[in-house]
Ligand binder design. Structure first.
Ligand code: MRU
Length: 323
């Protein structure tokens, strides 16, 4: 595995600073739960499983320092609202009284889940395929290997000829900065496009599949993921291209009935008005910045989980996979 986003040192957590990629590979050391919560808020670490795993180690740090676990749990859980993996990992750590071994288990299980997702998902791709992906659902977004990019990695490992088109993913540019870099590191064929080029390439029949990650999957199969994912699902549907969501079971929130109840994070206006620190938009302009959108279950061909490939009706297949 080429990319190590999260390193546990026994008494400190090292996080690869994703804000500085692809130019620099620098680790930030966190020694308290508060520092981990800050790292999650500030996007040093991002991606649903990766923030869950990091929060678990944040709880372990709180336990080791004798800090108030309930207080740490609230701060970590509230760092970002959409990815359910965060609350899931914090709850699990509370039940284990912040035992570092539990955090290590969460890390290990996520890594194993991604390899299983990869194997299940790779079977859905042909011997030669071009896959469109959005944001970064790779090693960087998880304990390692990735969910959507795990599917691509596994297919490549099986000897399949996979070309990837990566959406740049405005406004935070996870596709351009992270996915393009991560796939390059592994020598996987990757082509970067801007988000508004996707429709053109669908028309040209360039894509055999779309594979994306998820931040939260509701009980009915509606899936929240990076803003712009819904647009791709509509395009895929209009062009008869399969649209796959790859995610571990820890991303499923059976307590949320459907996508309308998923909280959508609104991030800073400056991420929209500026690019790479350069102001693009006029001063005073009104800005909206929902960081995620919800793809309705009816547009999802299958959900690739670590417990198998789930198909509609998702309320049934998800419930079965969870039990
Ligand atoms: O804002 P981000 O970069 O944390 O958003 C990440 C995504 O939307 C990913 O697709 C999702 O978390 C799945 S990562 C395996």
């Amino acid at each position: 595995m080429s990319v190590e986003p999260i390193r546990w040192r026994g008494d400190a957590l090292e996080l690869l600073d994703q804000r500085r990629l692809p130019h620099e590979t620098v680790y930030v050391t966190c020694r308290t739960a508060h520092e981990v919560a800050d790292a999650i808020r500030n996007m040093i670490v991002r991606g649903a499983p990766a923030i869950g795993v990091s929060a678990a180690f944040g709880m372990a740090l709180a336990n080791q320092r004798g800090d108030d676990l309930r207080f740490a749990a609230i701060e970590l859980r509230d760092a970002r609202p959409t990815a359910v993996n965060l609350a899931w990992a914090v709850e699990r750590m509370l039940r284990a009284s912040g035992d570092p071994k539990e955090a290590e288990a969460i890390f290990r299980e996520d890594l194993e889940a991604n390899h299983r997702i990869g194997r299940f998902g790779a079977d859905l791709l042909g011997q030669t395929a071009t896959v469109l992906t959005h944001c970064n659902a790779g090693a960087l977004a998880t304990a390692g290997y990735g969910t959507a990019l795990g599917v691509i990695r596994a297919a490549v490992e099986q000897g399949k000829h996979i070309a990837v088109f990566a959406d740049e993913t405005r406004p935070y540019l996870q596709g351009a900065r992270l996915t393009a870099w991560e796939l390059q590191q592994d020598g996987i064929d990757v082509t970067l496009i801007t988000d508004n080029m996707a429709g053109h390439f669908f028309q040209q029949r360039r894509f055999n599949a779309v594979v994306v990650g998820a931040d939260r999957i509701a009980a009915n199969g509606d899936a929240a993921n990076k803003i712009g994912t819904y647009t791709l699902a509509v395009l895929a549907n209009a062009h008869g291209v399969p649209f796959y969501v790859a995610a571990p079971i820890s991303t499923v929130d059976i307590a949320t009935a459907d996508g309308s109840a998923i909280p959508i994070e609104e991030r800073s206006a400056s991420e929209v008005t500026d690019i790479g620190g350069w102001r693009i938009a006029p001063a005073g302009v009104a800005v909206r910045h929902p960081a995620f959108d919800v793809t309705p279950a009816r547009l999802i061909t299958a959900i690739i989980t670590d417990r198998g490939v789930l198909r509609a009706p998702y309320d049934e297949s998800l419930r079965r996979a969870m039990s």
